[in-house]
Design a protein around this ligand. Structure first.
Ligand code: MLT
Length: 338
């Protein structure tokens, strides 16, 4: 081979090596998809933004997480299935929409168990939360890596002020497809309408249903004030909305990326608690300014509490892993066991 030919061969080999190295780098950089059930400005969105920012920073800008708001990637329950089979990377969704796939998380959806943001933080970030993370990987093929704190679910409706169980009779209430929530309304004498979150605004607008419950922050970001006039401060569930990653996708990542995912999830969780503390009061005020009438239930909600805890808790002991699981939570929160 002549010198000229040798140089040409070396050059072409080096180009091939550089080209394929470049392709490897390009192939490794990834934009992960994050499904978000709620609209911009919601606690889910706020947690998602913080997660995406922290994840990008922790991977030196190489990997990104892109948010798809407003249920663009499917109903919240569908995103659990999609993540389980690895066709979706991440999703942020209400915990009540994970319960059908991993029943033990239902302990956080039992009515009147969690009574403040501090209790929600203590439970999710402690041993109970860790156990539920493991159960959800086992049962549903998704891993909870962050927790959104969205505030108490309050009841909104388009018909009339509701202050008592009696007022609620005859009102058509949309609930998530969640047995615990369905049975809670039944304990109040109402047969609710289970419906996917993604269909709820239209159903309220078209008066297919009169009422629904979700936190102030969600009611505000979803613009429910355009189709609902009244709010009742029911406070029966403190809304927790996990950030989940597909376990298949997670296990496919190198340890450094897994670490970045977990750390970004933790940072986003801290941010979410602060966001709720900073924003909820102003959001409630704005809902009133937009014309919503806000009422407290009579007698400090006693009749709602008594009926729901007596009828619903015992019915779900088995699905949450036994009565002991509820008692452990109550003990941790300094309350009497059942
Ligand atoms: C639901 O009501 O299905 C959810 O709580 C909605 C949400 O994710 O905000």
């Amino acid at each position: 081979m002549t010198y000229k030919n040798k140089i040409a061969k070396v050059l072409s080999l080096s180009t091939a090596v550089l080209f394929s190295a470049g392709l490897t780098v390009m192939a490794e950089a990834k934009t992960f998809k994050v499904a978000v059930g709620d609209a911009g400005g919601s606690p889910q969105h706020e947690l998602g933004k913080k997660f995406a920012e922290a994840f990008k920073e922790k991977t030196g800008g190489k990997h990104k997480a892109k948010l798809f708001l407003n249920g663009q990637l499917g109903s919240e329950q569908d995103t659990v299935n999609d993540a389980a089979i690895g066709s979706l990377d991440f999703s942020i969704l209400a915990i009540n929409n994970i319960t059908p796939f991993s029943p033990t998380v239902g302990v956080f959806t039992l009515p009147y168990v969690i009574q403040s943001l501090d209790e929600a933080v203590e439970l999710t970030q402690g041993e109970v939360g860790q156990e539920l993370v493991e159960n959800t990987v086992r049962d549903a093929g998704v891993r909870i890596i962050g927790w959104t704190y969205s505030g108490f679910r309050v009841l909104s409706n388009s018909k009339k002020p509701i202050k008592s169980v009696e007022d609620l009779q005859g009102v058509v209430v949309r609930v998530p497809k969640n047995e615990i929530m369905i049975d809670t309304y039944k304990s109040w004498g109402v047969n609710p309408t289970p419906m996917a979150w993604s269909e709820t605004f239209t159903a309220l607008q078209q008066r297919v249903v009169d009422a629904q419950d979700n936190p102030y922050m969600t009611i505000h970001s979803m613009k429910f004030y355009e189709v609902q006039d009244y709010i009742t401060n029911l406070r029966y569930i403190f809304s927790i909305e996990p950030l989940i990653v597909s376990e298949a996708v997670f296990q496919d990542q190198k340890p450094a990326i897994q670490k970045a995912i977990l750390e970004a999830g933790k940072e986003a969780t801290q941010h979410s608690a602060q966001f709720l503390r900073d924003s909820e009061a102003a959001i409630k005020k704005d809902l009133a300014a937009k014309g919503m009438q806000i009422h407290d239930p009579v007698n400090g909600e006693k009749e709602f509490i008594d009926r729901a805890t007596q009828a619903v808790w015992p019915k779900f002991y088995d699905s949450i892993g036994g009565k002991d699981k509820l008692n452990r939570v109550l003990r941790l929160l300094g309350r009497s066991e059942v």
